[in-house]
Each structure stands twice: as C-alpha cells, then as structure tokens.
Unconditional design. Structure first.
Length: 194
C-alpha cells in the first residue's frame, strides 16, 4: 500500500524531492511561527511586569496572605520586589543582627538601580516575636504601646531610607493578625545629636 501523501512518495523522482523540500520548509515555517508566537507574548508579559516598589516584611508566615491581598489592592499585584527580614522595620536598626540591616540596604540598592522602583513599603505586624524578644516580652499585652513602639521603629526606618534615597516614596503599615492593615504616618525626624 502506497502512502497517499505526495511528499513521501519515493517513486516520483525529482517531483517527490521538491515536494519534500516544500513540506520541510512549511514545517520550519510553522515551527518559527509557533516559537515566535509563544516567545513574543512572554516577552511582552515580562516587560509589562516591571516592579513598582520594594516591599519589606517580617518573615512571620501568619501575615503573608494578608500582605499579598493588601498589595494587590494597592495595584502592586506581582509588581514588587520582596524582602523579608525578622522584625521588618526593627531589622533596619540592626536588630536582631547588623547583618539584617546590611541585607536590606543591599536589596534596596539593587531594586533601585536595576528595577528603578519608585517606592518602598514597610509592613510591620502585631504580635511580632522579634519585637517581644528585643524590645519587651510583654509588648503585645498593651496594644497602644505595641503600636507606638512599631510606629517609632517604622519612623526610624522611614528617615533612614529618606536620607539615602530622597526621591523614593515610602509607605509604612501595621498589619493586625485579623488582617486589618493600618497606614502609619512617620513621626517627625529626631534631631541629630552632635
């Protein structure tokens, strides 16, 4: 039984060879078109997803979903660089370790220089173990004191970033364990002691 496709019939000589070449050209053309059609949209999607911000968060797993949801409401869904350090704003003051502050500054510099971010968001949260460990073990027993303490360290972080990157917008937030996110206004910059 003979193959019904002319491009694979061997008994037709030069005509069969021409048909095979046309068939192969067609296959190569389809392959190029298929590859181009899959690469071009992927490249366009990659270009469309330019990070707008750097987000600094605590490493605590309990708040990650609330933060992701909040960031999507801020029109940042998937368009931010993410850094997680224990204590978030507290890490910028060198607690629990100075290496944490250095890591943050390195990440911010990379995000700023390579991704041209326009703002930084810092998200502290309620019942942070690092704050309890480094500041006060009973901090969460007094919600007013807890918020005031976080506001102080968020403000310190705000001014430290502002001093190094005056053109960046900086937003500060406090996340409750019930997923409520409260924006924090920075306190006035503490006077420099000479």
């Amino acid at each position: 039984m003979r193959d019904s496709c002319q491009c694979f019939q061997h008994d037709r000589g030069a005509a069969a060879m021409t048909d095979r070449r046309q068939f192969l050209r067609h296959l190569v053309g389809v392959g190029v078109l298929m590859t181009a059609s899959t690469i071009a949209p992927a490249a366009a999607r990659a270009e469309a997803k330019v990070p707008k911000a750097l987000v600094l968060s605590c490493i605590d797993y309990r708040i990650l979903e609330a933060e992701r949801y909040f960031l999507s409401l801020q029109n940042l869904g998937g368009q931010y660089d993410f850094t997680a350090l224990a204590g978030a704003s507290l890490a910028l003051s060198g607690m629990p370790h100075q290496y944490d502050a250095e890591a943050f500054w390195d990440q911010l510099d990379i995000s700023y220089r390579l991704h041209h971010i326009k703002k930084v968001l810092i998200l502290d949260h309620q019942d942070c173990s690092v704050y309890k460990y480094k500041i006060d073990p009973s901090l969460t027993d007094n919600p007013v004191l807890e918020l005031a303490t976080h506001t102080e360290y968020l403000s310190r972080a705000y001014w430290a970033i502002r001093d190094r990157y005056p053109d960046l917008n900086i937003e500060l937030y406090f996340v409750n364990l019930n997923t409520e996110v409260k924006q924090i206004s920075p306190l006035a910059k503490a006077p420099t002691v000479t």
